[in-house]
Design a protein around this ligand. Sequence first.
Ligand code: DAT
Ligand code: MG
Length: 154
Amino acid sequence: MADAERTFVMVKPDGVQRGLIGEIVSRLEERGLKMVGGKFMQIDQDLAEEHYGEHEDKPFFDGLVDFITSGPVFAMVWEGQDATRQVRKMMGETDPAESAPGTIRGDYGLDLGRNVIHGSDHEDPGANEREIALFFDDDELLDYERVDEQWLYE
Ligand code: DAT
Ligand code: MG
């Protein structure tokens, strides 16, 4: 496998409330990505502010922090070839209204502030590792082989 990497993915509170955890996990699993960590959790204020620190000066920051702390989320780490960029492509655009049908945000969202899923930014080098470390301890991430890997990668 070339470019094997890990990326941070999260079903946001709206996705949890709307019963979309299974659908989102299924899409990533069926694509061939491998879940190596998962945690159903409530994000507190400090973690929210750190996770979204790059947006602290934006007008939507407070609303974003309120939203992401408003209910449980399902935080995950997924591994695979070019995983960060591929997850972003599967998510669609930041605004669900601009996201193509077939993408997660394009199929399950309508509003920018309720866009169902988070994935590390592939255009921000190190964002994946930084976010994984923020949400998971090393011993919460598992190394294992999926039985289909020899059929997924040349
Ligand atoms: P993404 O989640 O696609 O990485 P981002 O990092 O630019 O997008 O922004 C983080 C989240 O903040 C995004 O998922 C939804 C919210 N958001 C972004 N831009 C916004 C805006 N102009 N108004 C309201 N919420 C916004
Ligand atoms: Mg982002």
